[in-house]
Ligand binder design. Sequence first.
Ligand SMILES: [Mg+2]
Ligand SMILES: [Zn+2]
Length: 231
Amino acid sequence: MTTALRPAVFLDKDGTLVHDVPYNVDPQQLRFTPHAIEALRLLQAAGWPLIVVTNQPGIALGLFDQTDWQRLAAGLTERLAEHGVELAGIHACPHAPALDAAPAGCICRKPAPGLLRQAAREHRIDLAGSWMVGDILNDVEAGRRAGCRTVLLDVGNETEWVWSPRREPHHRCSDLLQAAQHILAGEMKPPRSHPSLPPEAALAADQRSRIHATPWPAGTATTGTARSAMN
Ligand SMILES: [Mg+2]
Ligand SMILES: [Zn+2]
């Protein structure tokens, strides 16, 4: 069966969806950012698949392992489900930052666009119709390199401001709700050249929340459901 590509909203996790607790893998410590739930509900109601794309270098650094990460991701999925929000997926880069002298260690650590491309293949996402929302310019760059439009949550988490044209956000705002409103306002304008959304039923069937993580150090991608990740 083939289905038309559909646009999505990609969300950074730390500092965007939840408050940034460095290297946290304790689901109890998950705290949503202001208006995050309201924002995701609005986007979901309008038919946007929601996909989290997150750098998790703590895995490569040995601070926690894939099991810990899967538990955190399952916890995040559950917390959102309590609020009626379903993620289409969670994609994580488990690799460490490349050393200055070394070539890039992986293709998925933001600001590289690999996580978005991986998610697009898996969920049949139209990247050109999609948005990437994050709290630092590496999120913006990842989104632009993947061909998405971008929103920077200008909340003080970006501190270096290393600038280039591909790090210029299409829009800036101060919380996820404003980001969602901007995305939804754009929807009112004539659509860009991407196929229309599939029927609601197909969308819902395809939105079963799944968790994904690229194996470390490299290799074949693995996927699993939130449920099985907990067992
Ligand atoms: Mg962040
Ligand atoms: Zn990676």
